[in-house]
Design a protein around this ligand. Structure first.
Ligand SMILES: Cc1ncc(COP(=O)(O)O)c(C=O)c1O
Length: 437
């Protein structure tokens, strides 16, 4: 059956991007907003689960700002808190009551957080975490995992999305640079979810830190293997290595206390961003008091003009207070319904696809019929077909990341999920008819 082709168009976005390229490189302000099919979009506003673009389209949004908007777009309690705070001024280069309240909430919610500091982006607080780990251990080397992303800075932008040709042997992957112009200061790169390989490397006793997404959410949404995180925890302790959970995506999303709460494994340091402030530029580093106090008494420098900016702190307090158990229970239900509805549609259409992850963040991998265990499994998905699929979805009013992750919010209610599934059905039919899959 062929659908009528009365689909959304994005011509004005495309024109605007072209026009704006005179001032902004590529018409955008992040490389991760470039090369989107059919065009990077230009928006006018967001409300609940929806975004409204300059072409007049209303889109159900599963980008959610690349993860932060767990309360949906423009939630009222947050907007009210921000408006009230701005009455008091903007930036003081000093301390405020609102930042202390935000810090207290983080320490109460996150199991490993004895002490914390705020920053403005996930990339920065990951750097702070690595610096603390080096200072605490007197070691220089760091282990990171294939497919895990810890920001765009030189020392961590390695093997985040390497081609399988460039990735090298499984047991000893190449460190593949993510950018031209990057300093050659590569970490040790290992495959994730393989405890034996990690333990063997740690045994040399020269590793300052292991940094990981405790559930890998950038390349897809992959669960840690049973016992893996516990094993990593034990091995890091045994060999004097600092364990860093990068919870920039998983924090305040998989549970109020993040992946560490969900999986019951406590890192030495964890980093947060995204859902901590539902779209305001806030990040945090938290962890053992003896490690975090190296900032105040151990000669480790951490700075930032905008750290704990009061308006962003008001947004943080409003967000964290909204993150009640009922919110997680609701998203668990709607996210599960969306994932199972997709599985049914793909099965009916005879499309080989795995829909895996968590109800709060999951991925679709065309061409895989087993849950992925690591980056190399995910890299075998049919990416070309997936981009055709997300493009077909967009034309039906659903915006999902081409990279794979679907983010859920409390505003994605049952009726929004049913509308999404209709679009998934149509998009699947279209890519089948077009011979993409
Ligand atoms: C796991 C993880 N760590 C760190 C970062 C970097 O955060 P930011 O983009 O705020 O610098 C990201 C961003 O997507 C991320 O997903």
């Amino acid at each position: 059956m062929t659908e009528p082709r009365t689909f959304l168009s994005f011509d004005k976005s495309a024109e605007t991007i072209k026009y704006n390229s005179r001032w902004m490189s590529g018409g955008v302000n992040s490389n991760f907003r470039l090369n989107i099919s059919p065009t990077p979009l230009v928006f006018e506003r967001g409300e609940g689960p929806y975004l409204y673009d300059v072409d007049g389209n209303k889109l159900i949004d599963y980008y959610l700002g690349m993860g932060p908007m767990i309360l949906g777009h423009n939630p009222k309690p947050l907007a009210d808190a921000v408006k009230a705070q701005i009455e008091h001024g903007i930036l003081f280069a000093g301390q405020t009551a609102v930042e202390a309240e935000a810090a207290r909430l983080v320490c109460e919610m996150v199991p490993s957080a004895e002490r914390m500091r705020f920053g403005s982006s996930g990339s920065e607080v990951d750097q702070a975490a690595l610096r603390v780990a080096r200072a605490a251990t007197g070691r220089q080397k760091v282990i990171k995992f294939e497919g895990h992303y810890h920001g765009w800075f030189d020392n961590v932008l390695w093997s985040t999305a390497p081609s399988l040709d460039a990735a090298g042997p499984y047991e000893a992957p190449n460190a593949v640079a993510g950018s031209k112009g990057q300093i050659g200061d590569a970490p040790v790169v290992l495959p994730w979810n393989d405890l034996e390989l990690l333990t063997k490397r740690l045994a040399a006793g020269d590793i300052a830190a292991v940094i990981m997404e405790a559930a890998m959410c950038n390349a897809g949404a992959v669960h840690p293997a049973p016992g893996y995180l516990e094993g990593v925890r034990e091995a890091c302790t045994r060999y004097g290595t600092i364990l860093i959970f990068d919870e920039v995506i998983t924090g305040f999303r998989l549970a109020p206390g993040g992946a560490q709460e969900r999986f019951g494994v406590t890192p030495d340091i964890s980093t947060f961003g995204k859902a901590i402030a539902n779209g305001f530029p806030v990040a945090a580093i938290a962890g053992r008091a003896d490690l975090l106090d190296l900032f105040s008494t151990g000669g480790v420098v951490h700075g930032g003009t905008y750290n704990a900016q009061p308006i962003a702190m008001a947004a943080t307090v409003a967000t964290l207070k909204s993150l009640q158990p009922s919110l997680y229970a609701a998203i668990e239900k709607t996210g599960t319904r969306l994932m199972s509805g997709m599985r049914e549609i793909f099965a009916r259409a005879g499309v080989k696809a795995s829909v895996e992850g968590f109800p709060q963040v999951f991925h679709i991998a065309f061409g895989l019929d087993e849950p992925a265990r690591n980056y190399r499994d995910l890299a075998r998905m049919n990416r070309q077909a997936y981009v055709a699929f997300t493009t077909a979805l967009l034309r039906r009013g659903v915006r999902a990341l081409e990279r794979g992750a679907w983010f859920m919010s409390i505003e994605h209610t049952d009726d929004v999920i049913e509308k999404t599934l209709e679009a998934v059905e149509g998009a699947t039919r279209q890519i089948r008819a077009d011979g993409v899959l």
